[in-house]
Design a protein around this ligand. Structure first.
Ligand SMILES: [Ca+2]
Ligand SMILES: [Ca+2]
Ligand SMILES: [Ca+2]
Length: 134
């Protein structure tokens, strides 16, 4: 357990973080800073698509335009991979990958605001989306 002194320090740090202006906190949060290419503090649909396309190209190490379970290793479980592969040919085309990304985006941004913030990315569904983007 935390000692009283440690608890005070934690409370002080938490207060400091809470006092940080939201724009600053968002734009400097590294995981989205790379995705937020226009630096407006949120990740919009075109930034999500661009990041997904870049990552797909990096994952597709043999450059055949399709990602195998091996190529996405770590990012999708077998079950997730199978669910994203509706024609069951054992590979994800770029399109199948984008459909999955869009689904996860929808989970993070259910009202279709078209903007995902650092706070959104820190939720479980936000982290699931992030795994497909970077
Ligand atoms: Ca942006
Ligand atoms: Ca491939
Ligand atoms: Ca497929």
């Amino acid at each position: 357990m935390f000692s009283r002194r440690q608890a005070l320090i934690i409370a002080a740090v938490a207060a400091l973080i809470a006092a940080t202006p939201p724009m600053l906190a968002r734009s400097t949060w590294a995981p989205i800073a790379r995705l937020d290419t226009d630096h407006d503090g949120v990740v919009d649909l075109s930034e999500v698509k661009k990041a997904a396309a870049d990552l797909f190209d990096r994952l597709d190490t043999d450059k055949d335009g399709r990602a195998t379970i091996k190529e996405v290793r770590g990012r999708l479980s077998r079950r997730e991979f199978a669910a994203a592969d509706p024609n069951h040919d054992g590979v994800l085309t770029r399109n199948e990958y984008f459909v999955l990304v869009a689904k996860r985006l929808k989970a993070v941004d259910p009202d279709d605001s078209g903007a995902v913030s650092a706070t959104d990315f820190s939720t479980p569904s936000g982290r699931a989306l992030l795994r497909l983007l970077r």
